[in-house]
Design a protein around this ligand. Structure first.
Ligand SMILES: [Zn+2]
Ligand SMILES: [Zn+2]
Length: 130
């Protein structure tokens, strides 16, 4: 998938990267493998924009976006125990997003990656405690 066909919201042109990082630190699988995260409602791959909002390609089609702090994650291993994981703090999100940005490096110009990184740090700082 190239940057040009990543889903975009009509109302703005925020930078978007695919939601790809390894399982959260406390996940039962202890895997270090990067994985793509899918929207639990519709099963489509998820994306994250520079405001920290996660969404899928069905955003205009019945799915809604949500802040990464409110997102829960479950890999196949966690599914067996019916366990979901959430980020505990902003720095854990930053670590995870580092992986997502690495994965997006071939798809986005570096100036956009830098803008994304800069913006999301600000947004996480502002939105985490609200
Ligand atoms: Zn896992
Ligand atoms: Zn969806």
């Amino acid at each position: 998938m190239s940057a040009s066909n990543l889903p975009q919201r009509d109302d703005d042109k925020l930078i978007v990267v695919p939601l790809e990082f390894k399982c959260l630190e406390d996940c039962v699988c202890k895997s270090q493998e990067k994985r793509t995260w899918y929207h639990k409602k519709c099963g489509k791959p998820s994306f994250i924009n520079e405001k920290g909002d996660i969404f899928c390609e069905n955003l205009q089609n019945g799915c809604s976006s949500y802040f990464i702090k409110d997102a829960s994650f479950q890999c196949d291993e966690a599914k067996k125990n019916n366990t979901w994981y959430q980020f505990k703090n902003a720095s854990e999100i930053c670590m995870a997003l580092g992986k997502a940005l690495q994965a997006a490096e071939n798809k986005l110009e570096s100036v956009k990656l830098l803008k994304f990184t800069h913006q999301i740090l600000i947004q996480l700082g502002q939105r985490w405690y609200t």
